[in-house]
Write a protein that binds this ligand. Structure first.
Ligand SMILES: [Zn+2]
Length: 461
């Protein structure tokens, strides 16, 4: 993390001339200047000294990715037909950061996730197209269950979904290129708000025989991460009084499934997180691109969950709109309270694929010699704001543990990022069982390994 360079200068020769002393001081100053400006050696966390020497650049862009044709929708296996309409548009939003040749590309898509090998497929294309290191790309989805499914399976995939996936690939290239082409110096700042929109969904049920089980429902006593992390980005305008330029982007991270809508819904929507993005853009202006990210929300659903449709009763505010607006309003409140934005900020990134202890999916059993399950973890920082991307559905306790142990005040935990390896629950929940445990391809001890690795990566950035 932070590296401190200590210069120890001991001179025993008291007879040395004044000229010699000047040469030594000049040499030390020159070396010191080298360390301050060298891209390899400057590992400061965006402090005042680096702020003067690093010019953080960023570019932003947004593209519409609403399906043009009816598609098979993702997220509920019970839903077999094609989509019948569109409630609100889906978008891909991109922020490209750059500093001293190092880049960080954050991609937020209004989709369920990159399942069925599509994460690897899209990442390979994007990394190649833009000559990025694997650690420089966060390809993520907000996990809406009212969007199209992605597929590259020519045998089993629906033709419209195959076509959509190829179209999406072209759109992602287009939007990253657009963001890369409008880069300029920026100021960034971060803030923390809180929202009750997300609710722990692991509900304890006890049947008439007294047997207990954990079902998907509502558990108001279970843990939820109420933090709404927000980043504000403004153009750096060099005025005599140092005033900031216009606002160009907002990023937010919140831990909830986007599942206000259930398996009976056939209408395309960004659901809670997508509607929150759209609300913020409506309030702050269309030119302030607002990219949302799903935090560690494997066991968190919106307060109103899996409803059959947008309620059209007169006077009723449809629940996805209500909750999306509520989350969006907190993003705006937090955004407006971010008083301090600053320039500078170095970029550091890291990427690892962990081979974690595995278990059979869709079973409660733990097999001793089950083959490991791979999981991608990506870590990055821009100045003193950190990002951890995890390629699966992380239960909320794990995200909270990473944030609590992070050396950064503002740490975005971004799930459904650079992979789609299903649920990762914390060890203590395996005793209770339930949907996330049964679906998980990971053995109980995997979560602790992930937390330790993610925190280690953050420390080493
Ligand atoms: Zn999910």
């Amino acid at each position: 993390m932070r590296k401190v360079f200590v210069f120890s200068l001991t001179r025993r020769d008291t007879t040395s001339s004044r000229l010699e002393r000047i040469i030594v001081i000049a040499t030390v100053l020159t070396i010191g200047l080298f360390f301050v400006t060298s891209p390899v050696q400057s590992k400061g966390r965006g402090g005042s000294r680096t702020a003067r020497t690093n010019a953080l650049q960023a570019g932003i862009a947004k593209v519409d990715i609403t399906p043009k044709k009816p598609v098979k929708m993702a997220g509920y296996s019970s839903r077999t037909g094609l989509s019948t309409g569109i409630h609100d548009p889906l978008s891909a939003r991109v922020v490209v950061f750059g500093n001293k040749g190092k880049r960080l590309v954050l991609v937020s898509t209004d989709l369920l996730g990159f399942y069925g090998g599509t994460a690897e497929y899209m990442r390979k294309v994007i990394l190649g197209e833009f000559q990025l290191e694997p650690s420089e790309l966060f390809l993520s989805a907000i996990h809406t269950h009212a969007g199209p499914g992605l597929t590259i399976d020519k045998e089993k995939g629906h033709p419209n979904n195959l076509e959509y996936t190829e179209h999406l690939k072209a759109k992602l290239i287009e939007v990253i290129r657009k963001a890369s082409s409008n880069m300029g110096p920026v100021n960034i700042g971060a803030g923390i708000g809180y929202s009750p929109v997300g609710m722990n969904r692991r509900e304890l049920r006890i049947d008439s025989s007294g047997n207990s089980s954990i079902r998907l429902g509502r558990n108001p006593y279970g843990p939820t991460d109420k933090e709404v992390l927000v980043v504000k980005m403004t153009k750096l305008r060099r005025t005599p009084d140092g005033a900031d330029g216009r606002t160009i982007a907002a990023l937010f991270d919140y831990a909830s499934h986007a599942t206000c809508l259930g398996g009976k819904n056939y209408t395309i929507s960004g659901d809670v997180l997508g509607l929150a993005e759209q609300f913020v853009e409506k309030i702050l202006g269309d030119d302030v691109i607002t990219a949302g990210f799903a935090g560690a929300s494997g066991n968190i659903d919106p307060w109103f969950r899996v409803l059959p449709a947008f309620n059209t009763e007169s006077g009723w505010i449809p629940e996805p709109v209500l909750l999306g607006t509520m989350l969006g309003e907190e993003v705006v409140h937090t955004f407006r309270n971010i008083g301090k934005v600053s320039g500078g900020g170095e970029i550091a990134t890291a990427f690892v694929t962990l081979e974690l202890p595995g278990k059979p999916r869709s079973e409660d059993t733990i097999e001793k010699d089950h083959p490991p399950t791979g999981l991608n973890i990506t870590a990055a920082r821009v100045g003193d704001i950190a990002f951890v991307g995890i390629g699966c559905e992380v239960l909320t306790e794990i995200g909270m543990a990473i944030k609590a142990a992070s050396p950064y005040k503002h740490t975005f935990v971004i799930t459904h990022c650079n992979g789609a390896a299903s649920y990762l629950p914390p060890e203590h929940l395996y005793i209770e069982g339930g949907y996330e445990i049964r679906s998980s391809p990971f053995a109980p001890q995997a979560a602790d390994i992930v937390v330790k690795h993610a925190v280690k990566m953050l420390h080493e950035l």
